[in-house]
Design a binder for this molecule. Structure first.
Ligand code: MG
Length: 213
C-alpha cells in the first residue's frame, strides 16, 4: 500500500504563516489586518483573496499583495512558522508499518522544501518526496504527472491519496486511488464534498482509524 500525502495544510499547519504574511503585507501598506481567527474563518468559508482584502478596505492592494505573498510563502524566514500537526510522526510510523508514505507537493523552491522537511523532522518519516511546479498545467495534473513518472508500476487501487485541497482529491481519483480530504488546510468543506472523496476527515490523525492502520 502506498499513501500519497500532501504537505501544506495536511501534515503541516500553515495557518500561522499565512496569517503573519497577510498581516505583514497589510501593515506594510498602511492597513489594519484582521485577527487570525477571523482571517481563517473567511478563508475556510470560501472567500477569495480579493474578498478578504475588501473586508478591511484593502482591496486596492490585491496585485501587490499577491506578488508579496508569493515572494514570502516559501522563504525560510516565513516557513519557520509552519509546524507539523500533533501526532503526525506517530501516524506516519504506523502507516509505514503497512506500506510506504510518498509526499506529493507543489512547491516552487526545492531547496527551501528540503530545509523545511529536515527542520520539522518530517524527512525521516517519508519514503519518497515528489515536488514540482508547472504553471502551464492545472495543479492536480501536475501531481498526477509527478506520481506516474516516479512510480509507474504502483498499485493505485490499493493506495490512498490524502490532502486538504480539491487538487489532491482530483489527483487521487485520476490515479485510481482511494481518497481522503482533511479539513485542516485551505480547502472549503462544501467544495471538497462535491468531489466525493471516500472520506472527509477533521484532520490527518483520523486516517489511522478510518483506514484501519
Ligand atoms: Mg495542501
Amino acid at each position: 500500500m502506498t499513501v500519497f500525502c500532501d504537505l501544506d495544510g495536511t501534515l503541516l499547519d500553515v495557518s500561522e504563516k499565512f496569517h503573519r504574511i497577510y498581516s505583514h503585507l497589510l501593515r506594510e501598506n498602511g492597513h489594519k489586518p484582521m485577527g487570525k481567527d477571523d482571517y481563517w474563518r473567511l478563508r475556510r468559508g470560501g472567500l477569495k483573496t480579493c474578498d478578504i482584502l475588501s473586508w478591511t478596505g484593502a482591496e486596492s492592494l490585491l496585485a501587490r499583495y499577491e506578488s508579496g505573498f508569493l515572494e514570502r510563502v516559501e522563504h525560510p524566514e516565513w516557513l519557520a512558522f509552519d509546524t507539523i500537526f500533533d501526532g503526525v510522526p506517530g501516524l506516519l510510523r504506523r502507516v509505514r508499518n503497512a506500506g510506504r508514505v510518498v509526499l506529493v507537493t507543489l512547491r516552487r523552491d526545492p531547496h527551501a522544501l528540503a530545509w523545511q522537511l529536515s527542520h520539522t523532522g518530517l524527512a525521516e518519516h517519508l519514503d519518497l518526496v515528489l515536488s514540482g511546479h508547472d504553471p502551464q498545467r492545472e495543479a492536480w495534473q501536475v501531481k498526477v504527472g509527478l506520481v506516474r513518472e516516479a512510480l509507474p508500476d504502483c498499485d493505485f487501487s490499493a493506495s490512498w491519496f490524502i490532502g486538504d485541497m480539491a487538487t489532491d482529491i482530483r489527483a487521487g481519483k485520476a490515479l485510481g486511488c482511494r481518497t481522503a480530504a482533511v479539513l485542516t488546510g485551505m480547502g472549503v468543506e462544501d467544495s471538497l464534498r462535491l468531489l466525493e472523496p471516500d472520506f472527509i476527515l477533521a484532520g490527518i490523525n483520523d486516517v489511522a482509524t478510518t483506514v484501519g492502520l
